[in-house]
Design a protein around this ligand. Structure first.
Ligand code: DGL
Length: 274
């Protein structure tokens, strides 16, 4: 069977989606990827559902203009608020990160007590509660959700393991520890970057990285590729070239990332030239 040569499109509000891209590359090194970080408009997590839907639609449209064969919404906020809209707008598969992570959390929990952290918009949408209950079926689960809006700016700033990050994390995580959760869903793609800090605060708890589970689902959807040993081409686009992007992107992806191409918000908003 002829391989579909088109790249896989991935987007996030910023660098968080790189944690998903890393797993996609690991699982599918023969594929090419187009990544868009909407760095000019990050964070999405404090914005209204209407605005997140508009931004997500524009990002998806940009990827489609790059002839992608699948869109991975590497953002929980956009997955929570815009996935259905994007699926209606496009005929190619559109994968979100919430369902795979919810199913993995149900698989891992022993006590049935699951914590979920995410942006305000993700937590308020209750998408994880619904997805976890659906995945749990008849099993009784208790879900403890907590918005952690300060984590995204800390990560975008590169403050990964600083005293300030540890202090804020302790404040956010304490009620979850007291609730006795044994599984914590990192319900924002920025959070795996600070997973070591979170892991120290919740010893013994299993941390679910939505990128890992989503990459497995994406792999199941693309046809097996024939060419064994080529390295993937990753085309990076951002809506604002922030000073930290290239070095943080290289660190998170574990490979050298070229200077991203900046796309103007004007062209994204008008659906105009790239
Ligand atoms: N990384 C994103 C998420 O998974 C977005 C965070 C934000 O822009 O607030 O929700």
């Amino acid at each position: 069977m002829q391989r579909d040569q088109r790249p896989i499109g991935v987007f996030d509000s910023g660098i968080g989606g790189l944690t998903v891209l890393r797993h996609l590359i690991e699982l599918m090194p023969e594929e090419d990827f187009v990544y868009l970080g909407d760095t000019a408009r990050v964070p999405y997590g404090n914005k209204s559902a209407e605005t997140v839907r508009l931004y997500a639609s524009q990002c998806a449209e940009f990827l489609v203009r790059h002839n992608v064969k699948m869109i991975v919404v590497a953002c929980n906020t956009a997955s929570a608020l815009a996935l259905e809209v994007l699926r209606r707008q496009h005929t190619i598969p559109v994968l979100g990160v919430i369902e795979p992570a919810a199913a993995e959390a149900v698989r891992r929990t022993r006590s049935g007590s699951i914590g979920v952290i995410g942006t305000r918009a993700t937590i308020n949408s209750e998408s994880y509660e619904k997805a976890i209950k659906d995945a749990a079926d008849d099993r009784v689960v208790s879900i403890h959700s907590r918005p952690c809006p300060l984590f995204v700016p800390l990560v975008e700033e590169g403050w990964i393991d600083t005293p300030a990050t540890r202090l804020i994390a302790e404040e956010y995580v304490r009620p979850l520890r007291e609730a006795g959760i044994d599984t914590l869903v990192l319900g924002c793609t920025h959070y795996p970057i600070i997973a070591p800090v979170l892991g120290q605060l919740l010893p013994g708890a299993s941390l679910v990285d939505c990128g890992e589970c989503t990459a497995r689902q994406a792999k199941a959807l693309v046809e097996p590729t024939q060419s064994g040993n080529r390295s993937p081409r990753v085309s990076m686009y951002v809506t604002d070239n922030t000073p930290a992007f290239t070095s943080l992107a290289s660190t998170f992806l574990g490979r050298r990332v070229d200077e991203p191409v900046r796309v103007s918000l004007d062209s994204i908003q008008s659906g105009g030239p790239r």
